[in-house]
Design a protein around this ligand. Structure first.
Ligand code: X2X
Length: 336
């Protein structure tokens, strides 16, 4: 956190009441916000929106400075949560995937084909399961405030159309640094390689890997098609929610009123970003198709083959995530 003494917009300062200014100087506080993606992507836009709302509503007393590209953790996005916990990072808008090595409950969202549609996502994040996830984060020394969304993750590769697990046989797929993804892609017969986002595009461009998985917005903005990824399978196999959070140290510094302000701004920024991300999906898909990418849509039978092939992931990961949490999420989805 940085202090900006006697912030310029203070009317007292402008009136030249120097003494008053010293006596009542409002120390504008600046906090760092870490993100993996910049504001060229919905993810970074969510963080910028949060910053904008906090600055506006606190009349400049609190400012948030967004640091994209995982730069505060030298590109290693799986260290973001620990850095927030230890107070190196003040705040973050982070992915459940990247924080899952430290918070096993977050693997819930990566269970393959758990959430079939947006209603399912909202039922999980907005219900008891979402609260359980937030409690798990809080018990690790980070204060979660609101949800955002990176989106449903889709599969791309440079080899050919994928509409059955057999098509993935032996393909080298870049996955995020979370062991669950390793298991999912091994169950599908692929050859997964964990690497950071910073390393992903070079690895795709050089052909070190054949494929990757990310939401349409990421594929579109990062121009993954330029990295030979001309086949995309829309399989909606997992939704990647984002979480707005604050380190415990910073939270302790805030007054009750400020906490409420920061929390409400996160909720509003998250809702704004989720709506925008979802509304943009169809344009993104068109843009991707216009660039010549062959898009495969799965019918029910084809989708079921992927569901069956990845069923073992549930056996291995449910104890890790917590059977109660998985059950609560399933109930929420069934009753959505
Ligand atoms: O690394 C990725 O694939 C990304 C950008 O989607 C995440 O940070 C989870």
């Amino acid at each position: 956190m940085k202090h900006k003494h006697c912030f310029s917009r203070s009317a007292a300062c402008l009136a030249g009441a120097a003494l008053l200014c010293t006596a009542f100087s409002v120390q504008a506080r600046e906090y760092s916000v870490s993100t993996v993606l910049s504001d060229a992507f919905p993810w970074g836009e969510a963080a910028e929106k949060w910053a904008e709302l906090v600055e506006e509503r606190s009349d400049g007393a609190i400012t948030l400075e967004v640091y994209p590209d995982s730069q505060l953790v030298n590109g290693d996005q799986t260290r973001e949560f620990s850095a927030m916990r230890s107070g190196l990072i003040d705040m973050a808008v982070g992915s459940t995937i990247n924080w899952s090595p430290q918070v096993p409950e977050l693997n819930l969202f990566s269970l393959p084909f758990l959430m079939p549609d947006y209603e399912a996502v909202d039922a999980v994040t907005g219900g008891e399961a979402g609260e359980m996830v937030f409690d798990a984060i809080e018990s690790k020394g980070v204060v979660p405030l609101a949800w955002g969304e990176n989106g449903f993750r889709q599969l791309s590769n440079s080899n050919g159309p994928v509409d059955a697990p057999e098509d993935l046989e032996g393909l080298k797929i870049r996955v995020v640094g979370s062991p669950l993804f390793q298991d999912t892609f091994e169950a599908l017969g692929a050859n997964p390689t964990q690497m950071s986002w910073a390393d992903a595009k070079p690895a795709l461009t050089t052909g070190a890997v054949d494929g990757q998985e990310n939401p349409l917005s990421v594929f579109d903005v990062a121009r993954i098609d330029q990295a030979e990824q001309m086949y995309l399978t829309r399989w909606d196999y997992m939704n990647d929610p984002l979480i707005f959070a604050v380190s415990e140290r910073v939270w302790q510094e805030l007054t009750d009123e400020e906490r409420e302000l920061v929390r409400q701004a996160a909720i509003d920024a998250g809702e704004w970003e989720i709506e925008k991300t979802r509304a943009e999906e169809s344009e993104r898909l068109e843009a991707i198709k216009d660039r010549g990418v062959e898009v495969v849509e799965l019918d029910e039978e084809q989708r079921d083959a992927f569901v069956d092939a990845t069923a073992s992931v549930y056996d291995d990961w449910t104890p890790e995530i917590g059977a109660d949490l998985v059950e609560s999420a399933r109930e929420a989805i069934d009753n959505r």
